[in-house]
Design a protein around this ligand. Structure first.
Ligand code: 4AD
Ligand code: MG
Length: 433
């Protein structure tokens, strides 16, 4: 426990068993009302809210005056005695014995109850304090921790690749260029190519790092900067990597269900721990299901958001769509030897229209085949010199995947828009605050 400003407890530590005990809290004035000589203040800290009450005449005048003067969102230190009161929001009320204002807020808190979404994100620096946003950020920390624990438990080594890069991984159109001492460099879209180098020493690696996409999409699923959880395994097949993905997702959801019930309650969502193994369908089957739902997908093209949504409505848990057409996938995907027009790759798709959670699959480890694919995609082989050289020096078959942490959170918490999953979202129309 930090003794900062005399704080003895966090709000979440208070319980009925502490009746008559004196505690000191620090936090913000969440709400305030005055009723017949009594001031009721809802105090909020990072762990929850609690009601504190001050009665005129039953406390020193200076203390009562401070409670009277304080405005919403001021920071305060309050000391009081715990009482049980069914009328209080959490069944507990602090009878105030001391109340100090640390930083008095302006009297006009700008975030009204009916503030529009755009305004809330203009004021993201203030909106972040609300219990719903705090809960989302706490759960985001939780899924990150669960992922680290999962990979650690399975013997993966965490790596720390660069974010400034010289060539594209996922196609040049979505690169952000910047000046780099007289030449052009880019913000990374994916650390996959670096992972493929790292596995030759480390065998199983993972990372969590920002990725950038210069996509002008204005959708509920696209960011221009997001946190990318990526992993790569040596001597691993497409089947092996799907196994890693489903165990990871299972571990992340289970962790949130186990440790974040109070946050889930604030957000009014229940998480459903998915059943292992996840269902697997082929791209061909997905095209057929989409067709039955009235969405025509020409074989060879990406499924598209609407068709993918229609397919995903048939599922309750995340599921894999396997065997995407080679022409619709990035250059590094391994064509299926038995049917080269499709790849040994898959997307893990969330149910009920929440969209793609991961993309993964087996990579091409053969030098000539990779060169052919690079040329077919009209990429410049010289930009991939070092990546190609790995194939000259004993790179075995290997597989990997990437997951957008915010995409995962949108599905897990049923968020209306991906920006809610970000501390300070970056989209085509937002780089401030
Ligand atoms: O499907 P993507 O483009 O695949 C790759 O980047 C691979 N190189 C990853 C790998 O195999 N190591 O991106 C991977 C995931 C997507 O499934 C999605 O979850 C997320 O990254 N993602 C985005 N999230 C938010 N906004 C965007 N614009 C995103 N683009 C991709
Ligand atoms: Mg993808």
């Amino acid at each position: 426990m930090l003794k900062t400003f005399g704080k003895t407890h966090y709000v979440s530590e208070l319980g009925p068993s502490m009746k008559d005990q004196s505690v000191t809290l620090t936090g913000w004035v969440h709400r305030k009302r005055e009723h017949g000589g009594v001031i009721f203040i809802i105090v909020r800290d990072s762990t929850g809210i609690v009601q504190v009450a001050g009665h005129r005449g039953q406390m020193p005048d200076v203390v009562f005056d401070a409670m009277q003067q304080v405005t919403v969102e001021s920071s305060i230190v309050v000391t009081g005695t715990i009482t049980i009161d069914k009328r209080a929001p959490t069944g507990i009320e602090l009878k105030v014995t001391d109340f100090q204002i640390i930083n008095l807020a302006d009297s006009e808190w700008p975030l009204e109850k009916d503030a529009g979404e755009a305004f809330l994100y203009d004021k993201r620096h203030l909106y972040l304090r609300s219990p719903s946003q705090t809960s989302i950020m706490q759960i985001k920390a939780g899924i990150s921790r669960a992922a680290h624990q999962f990979f650690d438990g399975e013997g993966f080594t965490e790596i720390f690749p660069p974010v400034m890069v010289g060539a594209s991984v996922e196609g040049g159109a979505t690169l952000f260029p910047f000046k780099y001492f007289g030449s052009t460099a880019y913000l990374s879209q994916s650390a996959q190519l670096y992972e493929e180098a790292a596995i030759c020493g480390l065998e199983k690696v993972y990372l969590l790092s920002p990725s950038f996409r210069a996509e002008k999409h204005r959708t509920r699923r696209h960011l221009t900067e997001y946190w990318h959880l990526e992993s790569e395994i040596l001597f691993g097949t497409h089947d092996d990597i799907m196994g890693v993905e489903e165990r990871l997702v299972h571990a992340m959801v289970s962790y949130v269900e186990k440790h974040y019930q109070s946050q889930l309650k604030i957000l009014d969502v229940k998480v459903r721990v998915p059943k292992l193994p996840f269902k697997r369908i082929t791209y061909d089957e997905a095209v057929e299901i989409a067709g039955q739902q009235g969405f025509t997908v020409r074989w060879g093209e990406d499924l598209g958001t609407e068709a993918e949504r229609a397919v995903s409505k048939q599922f309750k848990d995340p599921f894999f769509i396997m065997g995407y057409p080679t022409a619709a996938r990035s250059f590094y995907h391994m064509p299926d030897p038995a049917r080269p027009e499709v790849t040994l790759s898959s997307d893990l798709v969330a149910p009920e229209g929440y969209g793609e959670l991961t993309s993964g699959g087996q990579r091409i480890h053969d030098l000539d085949l990779l060169l052919e694919r690079i040329k077919n995609e009209k990429l410049d082989p010289s930009a991939y010199d070092w990546y190609l050289e790995l194939r000259k020096f004993g790179l075995p078959p290997h597989s990997g995947f990437g997951m957008g942490l915010e995409r995962f959170l949108v599905w897990l918490l049923r968020l209306k828009h991906i920006r809610e999953a970000c501390l300070f979202p970056r989209t085509p129309s937002r780089i401030q605050p």
